[in-house]
Ligand binder design. Sequence first.
Ligand code: ATP
Ligand code: MG
Length: 250
Amino acid sequence: MKIKLSIKNLNVSFASAKALKDVSLDIFEHEILSIIGPANSGKTTLLSTLNRMLDRVHGCVMTGGIDMDGTDIAHTTDVAALRRRVGMVYATPIPLPMTIRQNILFGPKLVRRVDHDEAEALIEKTLKASFLWDEVKDRLDSSALRLSGGQQQRLCISRTLALNPEVILFDEPCSGLDPISTAKVEDAMKELKKGHTLVLVTNNTKQAARVGDRTAFLLMGELVEVDQTNIIFTKPSDKRTEDYVTGKFG
Ligand SMILES: Nc1ncnc2c1ncn2[C@@H]1O[C@H](COP(=O)(O)OP(=O)(O)OP(=O)(O)O)[C@@H](O)[C@H]1O
Ligand SMILES: [Mg+2]
């Protein structure tokens, strides 16, 4: 399997805390890698290093390396280009206060000209990929803010997809969603891995088990273990992983 992202000896400190301690991890192309761990274990910090969201955080110091397709992205200067290649979906869906159509076209139109036919195709393709198309195809010109929370999250996935990123980072994308909306987002993720590489941070170990090809367990900034998801959940090699996945702490 081809390595898409290679994280080497990554350390991240904030003024008040050391958030990641010597983390080394490869992420394969077209896999879903789940990252699990209790609060403050460094999950969001790890995701944030992959599209340089820590650059402007005062007091944050990062050492180590991150390569994407063999090229350094931890120190590359073209951060805007990197963020088009590595998209992010957050826990709380925040659609722009515009129509559904405008939400999807907003990003692409910032970087290039999109003609009418391409726009229509892009809207349909990205809404189908997030499993939202059937629910909104007759109201593309109504406000995105009128969608339900679960629909808004799927719209945010479509919006990210409109820039055609190679890697998509999800930070607890279903934490505010009901089980039916959660299932739709998970179905979308399983389809998306065919064309993208996905990294899913989740507090929900059952979700990690359902969708992750591999699962990484972080604890207090340390990568305790990473392996095939079924191994992490049935016969992990580290006692701390076992205690976490069996619900003894967290
Ligand atoms: N912008 C920041 N400024 C200062 N400290 C931060 C910042 N972001 C994270 N930290 C610290 O880094 C550590 C790891 O935080 P992080 O958000 O990565 O954890 P997490 O695993 O995502 O937790 P949760 O499950 O609660 O989202 C914590 O001690 C946190 O206080
Ligand atoms: Mg977090």
